[in-house]
Design a binder for this molecule. Structure first.
Ligand SMILES: [Zn+2]
Length: 310
């Protein structure tokens, strides 16, 4: 994660338009296509804030009109793409809170997430240029603030995957808790694909089209995701491809290795989201998984068949 402090001119521009004055962002090194940002700007809850067709603000000419504005299950879409085109994929977004609930045992209903859908990379770039100068172009971006989460994306082939990644961040951070980077990114990667969507079998969510193969390669070289090392990751540094792989690997392992590991992970995340003193998960796991390396490598070797399905 890289802390990004806009210079004074940028601050003034953002402050004037959306009351923002500070951001920091995380780039997904895997695809270089995502940015997760945090911004303490004021409310973005009204349609006018995004430049609706009814916007009468003086900066109206700086924001796109949104021909399609629609809400469903706490997700508010402001789109340049017709809902008919998005219809099928939106179902994969709307299911996300329930999927998180099932895996983590935590309710995420009633949380507002705002999603801006641009019709091209160019229109997103132009918006960024106006409102977030200095932020590099990306396929999707998550901006966290004191209010509802905000996702910016353009409609592309992997739109659903990217939006689910960012929406997972948005739902987790809507709880206003501090979440270790490896859990934040690990869960976002874990929930990118709708459960059972690609292979139809129960292992679908346990594998990832990129990370699972990389983990098997990693294991052949005797390497593995080191949980204690992940817990020391600097939240201000951008993750490498290998770190995204390891974040996903640890989360997928903990949620699927055994009932005990799943419960330990769920309790830990719940403590984090409810702002209870949580310490390090590696310390809590000493009883459940006394030898992380052996358990981790054995788990992924045993799941090599299932994971090759997708
Ligand atoms: Zn992310």
């Amino acid at each position: 994660m890289v802390r990004w402090l806009p210079n004074q001119r940028w601050s003034l521009v953002i402050l004037a338009l959306i009351l923002g004055n500070q951001l920091y962002c995380i780039g997904n090194a895997q695809t270089q296509s995502r940015i997760d940002s945090i911004s303490p700007f004021g409310s973005v809850g009204s349609v006018d804030s995004f430049g609706s067709t009814t916007n009468t603000r003086s900066d109206q000419d700086l924001v796109p009109g949104w021909p399609y504005v629609f809400d469903s299950s706490g997700f508010h879409f402001y789109s340049l793409v017709p809902p008919k085109v998005l219809e099928q994929q939106i179902q994969g977004v709307l299911r996300l809170p329930e999927e998180l609930n099932q895996e983590l045992g935590i309710a995420f209903r009633g949380l507002d997430v705002h999603i801006l859908v641009f019709d091209s990379r160019r229109s997103l770039d132009e918006y960024l240029h106006r409102y977030y100068p200095g932020l590099r172009a990306a396929n999707s971006m998550y901006i966290r603030d004191q209010g509802p989460g905000l996702i910016l994306t353009w409609f592309h082939a992997d739109w659903l995957v990217d939006v689910r990644h960012e929406a997972t961040h948005a739902l987790l951070h809507a709880k206003r808790a501090s979440i270790p980077l490896w859990i934040d990114e690990g869960l976002a990667e874990y929930f990118e694909y709708p459960s059972g969507s690609s292979s139809g079998d129960s292992f679908a969510i346990k594998s990832h089209p990129v990370h699972t193969k990389l983990i098997h390669t990693q294991l052949r070289f005797g390497q593995f995701a080191n949980l204690e090392e992940q817990e020391r990751w600097d939240p201000n540094k951008r993750l490498s491809n290998q770190q995204y792989r390891d974040a996903w690997g640890s989360v997928a392992f903990l949620l699927n290795h055994s009932d005990q590991s799943k419960n330990e992970f769920r309790f830990y995340v719940k403590d984090l989201l409810e702002n209870r003193a949580s310490g390090n998960l590696s310390y809590r796991l000493q009883q459940t998984i006394p030898d992380w390396r052996t358990a981790y490598t054995r788990y992924y070797r045993e799941h090599s068949v299932a994971s090759s399905i997708r």
